[in-house]
Design a protein around this ligand. Structure first.
Ligand code: CA
Length: 301
């Protein structure tokens, strides 16, 4: 009976964890409509699970700088705002934007059947699943480098660290990307900004070093992505790792990614399943208690 109880409580916990991503079309925040938000496990800033930080002291304490913990999309009348919250945000090299380590790339599939799956095949070294080819490509980096590209139109945008937070906000004109719809699908990639790297990405090698990550490969095929938005029950059971592991040096094949909110349909049934499992666990626990009490009484009489 105790085993059944443990299993039911575990099912409830997993089902509830799956509610981490929620479309929130009706919620409000300081005049902004919250469109979608999603948590990401802390402590998974290791790419496919094996990457290690560069060893130069600028990267101390060698954790957290590239670790997404939350992503949120809001909209007001003129802009769509993309807020990426990191575990740690320090302005080591004093960039005017208030952050200087991160290169955040946000790609959105806004139009089914259109888009470019190869848009990040150099730099981030990843491709995107053909079913959700991105149409909007937002690059967030310091020293005035942030931009949005839609088709052949490219525009500089504002991207700053929000005061007293670990959140970087990029704001994109609605006039260019359109009002956010519920069926938009998001990819969020965090890399390390390096003005000398391919498309500003700090490389990942096998052995690592003061200015490059380790735990990858020397072929130039492994993803230069340190954290990927991918909702998971825990850092241990994390779909980010399997996606970023899917590159092959032998086949010269890049890793293929899917959007973070592809599996949103789960959030429709997950809370119900969670509560049913929790209810069942309570009933089972009560039944076990009564059975034990009855047995004790029988023994006493
Ligand atoms: Ca993370």
């Amino acid at each position: 009976m105790r085993t059944t109880l443990v299993i039911l409580v575990a099912i409830a916990a997993v089902a509830m964890a799956l509610t981490a991503c929620v479309p929130l079309a009706s919620a409000q925040s300081a005049g902004e409509r919250v469109v979608w938000e999603c948590d990401d496990p802390a402590g998974d800033d290791h790419g496919p699970g094996s990457y290690t930080y560069p060893t130069n002291p600028s990267f101390a304490p060698y954790a957290g700088h590239f670790d997404i913990v939350r992503f949120r999309v809001t909209a007001d009348e003129r802009h769509v705002h993309f807020d990426t919250t990191l575990n740690r945000l320090v302005n080591t090299w004093n960039a005017p934007e208030g952050f200087s380590h991160q290169l955040i790339e946000i790609l959105i599939d806004t139009e089914p059947g259109a888009g470019d799956v190869n848009v990040a095949s150099r730099g981030a070294n990843v491709r995107f699943d053909r079913r959700w080819a991105p149409d909007v490509f937002i690059r967030v980096l310091a020293w005035g480098g942030s931009s949005v590209t839609v088709g052949d139109r490219s525009l500089g945008i504002s991207a700053v660290a929000l005061p007293n937070t670990t959140t970087v906000r990029a704001s994109v004109p609605i006039e260019l990307v359109g009002a956010p719809a519920e069926d938009w699908r998001y990819y969020v990639l965090v890399s390390s900004q390096d003005g000398y790297g391919p498309e500003d990405h700090r490389p990942v090698t096998q052995r690592g070093g003061p200015w490059v990550f380790g735990g990858g490969s020397d072929s130039g095929m492994c993803p230069y992505v340190i954290d990927l938005l991918a909702p998971a029950a825990s850092a241990a059971a994390n779909p980010q790792y399997s996606q970023l592991k899917s590159w092959s040096d032998a086949d010269r094949r890049l890793a293929v990614l899917v959007p973070a909110n592809v599996f949103d349909a789960r959030s429709d049934w997950a809370p119900i399943a969670g509560w049913i499992a929790l209810g069942a666990a309570v009933v089972a626990g009560g039944a076990a208690y009564l059975a034990r009490r009855r047995a004790r009484r029988r023994k006493e009489s």
